[in-house]
Design a protein around this ligand. Structure first.
Ligand code: SF4
Length: 265
């Protein structure tokens, strides 16, 4: 089994998506020493393969020098398996792209569908900033996957969302917007579970005819899970014990969603 370690260099983010409760305007930033502490901790913690995922807030705020050192150090762990990174990619530079290609970092970014729908939820200018960096990454050979967050607002544009990702041949994961764990700004955007299920069923009916055009990872994972009799994505499995998250000060949490909440350290 793979052990997932999520590294959250900061909860800060230059974006201000309306349904986000996972970012904070604090300037705390992970020091590279925390990476050394992670390596000490994992040295004799368990024998499983280890996959590292950088998440935030916006993880690219940590900068090129942090990643150059962190990727080199972490990739030397004897049971190292691979890297992923989740980002809005606004701060992606050419030298970062080259670094991520070198270490086979699987990068995911978030787009909530066509520009009008995306920018209504995620803020004016978001779509253009992310898509221009996507084109740059693609031109330099860095593969980018997408996360589509469906909200109580965008669920009514289910067909437009589907056609957008299919038309652009963009591989995606679907996230349902969740109620807040901090504050209450996200609550009106949260997607009801029934509506989430309805969208997955509608999309599966269409996807069966479009399997050669793009990838909807959730539907693929649900099919795999049915055959393996076990969830293959943390949202469809009992993930306790297979994932831990490390915050900017080195505190360890059960999942990135709880980072910055002292009661979960
Ligand atoms: S880009 Fe991500 S972390 Fe930043 S505000 Fe939007 S949802 Fe939150």
């Amino acid at each position: 089994m793979t052990f997932h370690v999520m590294i959250i260099p900061t909860l800060n983010c230059p974006s201000n998506c309306k349904y986000c409760w996972g970012s904070e305007n604090k300037k705390e930033m992970m020091d590279i020493e925390v990476i050394d502490q992670i390596l000490d901790w994992l040295g004799d913690f368990r024998d499983d393969k280890v996959h590292f995922t950088f998440h935030g807030g916006e993880p690219l705020l940590a900068g090129y020098d942090f990643y150059k050192e962190a990727l080199e150090k972490l990739s030397k762990l004897p049971n190292f398996e691979g890297f992923s990174l989740q980002s809005n990619i606004w701060l992606l530079t050419e030298e970062m792209i080259d670094l991520f290609v070198k270490y086979n970092v699987v990068v995911s970014t978030s787009i909530d569908g066509p520009k009008e729908i995306n920018d209504y939820q995620r803020g004016e200018g978001y779509f253009d900033k992310t898509m221009s960096k996507y084109e740059l990454a693609k031109s330099k050979g860095l593969i980018i996957n997408f996360v589509l967050t469906v909200t109580d607002y965008s669920k009514d544009f289910s067909d437009e969302l589907y056609e957008f990702f299919k038309g652009e041949k963009m591989n995606l994961k679907i996230h349902a917007a969740l109620p807040s764990l901090r504050g209450d700004n996200a609550d009106p955007w949260a997607l009801d579970q029934e509506e989430h299920g309805k969208l997955l069923v509608e999309w599966l009916d269409k996807y069966l005819y479009d399997l050669d055009k793009f990838t909807i990872m959730d539907l693929d994972h649900i099919c795999k899970s049915a055959l393996r009799r076990r969830g293959t994505l943390c949202t469809f499995a009992d993930c306790i014990g297979t994932t831990l998250a490390v915050g900017s000060d080195g505190s360890i949490y059960p999942c990135y969603r709880f980072v910055g909440m002292p009661e979960y350290v």
